[in-house]
Design a protein around this ligand. Structure first.
Ligand SMILES: *Cc1c(COP(=O)(O)O)cnc(C)c1O
Length: 385
């Protein structure tokens, strides 16, 4: 096992001592990688405000690091809000980005000082007007073309541009400040052109609101979608930044609104490696060509994004030598708990029960997605390298 080169120099030896000390499975995070990704993002978009999407990895150490770097935070629940507030981040550096919220939660965010709310429906907007009076709201629009995304966030969130227009007008009538528009092009979006279409759609909403309703929006929240390093190639982040800034200039010229970015995956994904142990290796018949390799990490304790084999993590093992195709599955009594069967991963023929399998780029959507007690397996532990 060799950690990727962008890990800090002593990460390898620190990982080895973690492996000696703690039972698997666990996630190990190199915070220097998070910091590096944050700085790259700042350089790529010097004018933008970064709101870290807490759900990607809510570890205290990650929040503390990003808070100290001056990041803002995209928050989805009162529990996340409490967590980030505990690090002394002022409420002005937070947005309530979930369009699906209880009235009691809106009230709580307002009481804590949050004044920036996402919405995509009239019922939610009415609640914001009632429980967070006078706040800034931004309207999430549906984006099409989330095909290039390995983990789409489409359909469930956002409204069409016509409704976005109407919600902005209504927001003003309700005494709120219609402040901007947001979109999310889908997570791990490999097709940069999707941002072009989304920005063009936003531009039309800006213009219509100004011309027909006298409402001047000030902000575009471009969501997340920037990639982590998985098996399927993506462009370099610098290419994303250059292209997206070009799309913005093409549509808005010199008059570019305030830009908010909400990265999750791209900030924390590459910083993590999951260490797992092989529980069992078997064949389904004496003539079966493929071996099944069952690891102690699976769909329910960290690897849910392998659902539909959507995210393909780079993996390696503690063995070397000739490799063969394997089917990779988790430890629980649920047949959904198969990570990769269609896509053929290869592992050494010499791999044995008790060996380690390493899952790279697993810093995002792993610990936060793991179940509490399915089959008695605990949630995925994590340690800082
Ligand atoms: C999950 C989420 C993000 C983060 O998306 P990534 O693709 O992980 O960067 C950003 N904004 C909102 C509203 C989200 O729900």
């Amino acid at each position: 096992m060799n950690l990727p080169q962008y890990f800090s120099a002593d990460a390898q030896s620190r990982l080895e001592s973690l492996i000696e000390k703690y039972p698997t499975p666990f996630l190990a995070m190199d915070l220097s990688v998070v910091e590096k990704r944050y700085v790259e993002l700042e350089h790529g978009f010097p004018e933008a405000d970064i709101f870290y999407a807490v759900k990607a990895n809510p570890a205290d150490e990650v929040i503390e690091l990003l808070a100290s770097k001056g990041s803002s935070f995209d928050i989805a629940s009162p529990q996340e809000l409490d967590k980030v507030l505990a690090y002394g981040v002022p409420a002005e550096r937070m947005s309530y980005g979930n369009t699906i919220k209880k009235a009691s939660a809106i009230k709580y965010f307002y009481e804590q000082g949050v004044r920036l709310f996402a919405t995509d429906s009239e019922a939610d907007l009415q609640n914001i007007a009632k429980y967070a009076p006078g706040s800034n709201i931004y309207i999430r629009v549906l984006t099409d073309g989330s095909e290039g995304a390995d983990w789409p966030l489409s359909r469930k969130f956002g409204c069409n541009p016509e409704m976005a227009y109407e919600l902005a007008v209504l927001a003003k009538e309700l005494g709120l400040n219609p402040y901007g528009v947001s979109f999310h092009v889908g997570s791990q979006q490999r097709d940069i052109d999707v941002w072009d279409g989304a920005i063009a759609k936003v531009k039309v909403i800006f213009e219509r609101l100004l011309e027909e309703a006298g409402i001047r929006l000030e902000m575009i929240n471009m969501g997340g979608g920037f990639p982590a390093i998985y098996l399927q190639k993506t462009n370099e982040f610098t290419t994303y930044a250059e292209e997206i800034k070009r799309f913005l200039r093409e549509d808005f010229g010199e008059d570019i609104p305030r830009i908010i970015l909400e990265p999750g995956r791209s900030l924390v994904g590459d910083a993590g490696v999951i260490v797992s142990e092989v529980v069992l290796i078997s064949r389904k018949s004496s003539t079966a060509l493929e071996r099944w390799v069952y690891t102690d990490v699976g769909m329910f304790n960290g690897l849910i994004e392998t659902l539909g084999e959507a995210i393909k993590y780079p993996i390696s093992s503690s063995r070397q030598g000739e490799e063969e195709e394997v089917i990779l599955a988790g430890p629980t009594c649920d047949s959904l708990d198969i990570m990769y069967e269609q896509f053929k991963y290869k592992l050494p023929l010499s791999l044995e029960i008790g060996d380690h399998v390493f899952w790279y780029s697993t810093g995002a959507y792993t610990t936060s997605y793991s179940s509490i007690e399915f089959n008695g397996f605990p949630p995925l532990d994590y340690y800082i390298l």
